[in-house]
Design a protein. Structure first.
Length: 318
């Protein structure tokens, strides 16, 4: 079940929320204005800095949220909604899942997103011992009016008071102090690798002020595409070793995708990662070492497209 903030938490606090497609992060904020914030990223009771964007129905008809829901995805895929942010603000957008009674239901994405957002706020409230009902929420630069409206409705359903929506590039600028008068005047490049796209911004900062000079979204070059390249590498390896094609085995692919997602995150801080899945298919255990060289080789075209997009952004920004 999704946890609820302690009843003892009566003081109202402020937090900053990155409501991502694949994961959410939350930071407790102290300060009276956006330019005077002292932020601390909150970890959940399991020690994780991010909360997976997964919501699942449990056996009692309640909800399991975040990393726990993601971990059971392979067993309960039809009971689970992942990456709900993709459906927010989409005309006619809905999500479907199966209830604990076995009935398939179709619900508005704002409903599922509000359950996830409530868990994010609960983690912050329990971590700080105050009721985090006020928040600054980061959204993609150039976020559509429809998506902003959907995000506002999501916040309303979760009981969250949104003090302000700010662009993700502005959130980065604030985090790195580009709004401080002591910051060296000049142009700053921000590269945000999201779930489905990479967003590139050039910001100009001077005398405590900053503005976005140019922005570009590189579609199809995101974390999901990189994870899928590791998946493809492992599928080929399993075929070579065991003569079995995993692509038509839905449960095996879900197991492999989860393991490859974890390996990708490991490769961001290490030179190697192990993709390991017990009983991946037909009782066969799978283990593959992936190093940075093989990862970069698999994703070389994605990185080339990303660099070309960054170069174009810098050129257009002058």
């Amino acid at each position: 079940m999704a946890s609820i903030a302690s009843a003892a938490a009566t003081k109202i606090g402020k937090c900053g929320i990155d409501f991502g497609t694949s994961a959410c992060k939350v930071a407790a904020c102290n300060g009276e204005s956006l330019s005077d914030l002292d932020a601390k990223v909150i970890v959940d009771p399991m020690g994780d800095f991010s909360i997976a964007s997964y919501v699942a129905v449990d056996d009692e008809g309640g909800y399991v949220v975040g990393n726990t829901a993601r971990q059971q995805m392979e067993r309960r895929a039809k009971y689970t909604v992942a990456h709900v942010k993709k459906s927010l603000g989409v005309e006619g957008g809905t999500v479907s899942l199966v209830t604990n009674l076995g009935k398939k239901v179709v619900v508005a994405p704002e409903k599922i997103a509000s359950i996830l957002l409530n868990q994010v706020v609960s983690v912050a409230s329990e971590g700080e011992g105050v009721d985090m009902k006020n928040a600054v929420v980061a959204v993609p630069h150039g976020c559509s009016e429809a998506r902003l409206k959907a995000m506002a409705e999501t916040a309303k359903q979760s009981g969250l008071n949104v003090l302000q929506f700010i662009s993700e590039s502005s959130a980065v600028a604030l985090a790195y102090g580009l709004d401080e008068e002591t910051t060296e005047a000049g142009n700053y490049l921000i590269v945000d690798i999201g779930f489905e796209a990479t967003r590139v911004s050039v910001l100009s900062a001077s005398n405590g002020f900053f503005s976005v000079k140019h922005f570009k979204e590189i579609a199809g070059v995101g974390g999901n595409a990189m994870s899928e390249r590791i998946v493809a590498l492992c599928v080929r390896d399993f075929m070579d070793k065991h003569g079995k094609d995993l692509k038509d085995n839905g449960r095996a692919m879900l197991k492999l995708q989860a393991a490859c997602e974890h390996a990708k995150h490991t490769l961001s801080v290490s030179t190697r990662a192990v993709v390991e899945v017990d009983a991946l298919a037909d009782g066969v255990d799978f283990r593959k070492l992936v190093n940075q060289a093989s990862f970069e080789s698999e994703c070389s075209d994605l990185f080339t497209k990303m660099l070309e997009g960054i170069g174009a952004t810098l050129k257009d920004a002058g």
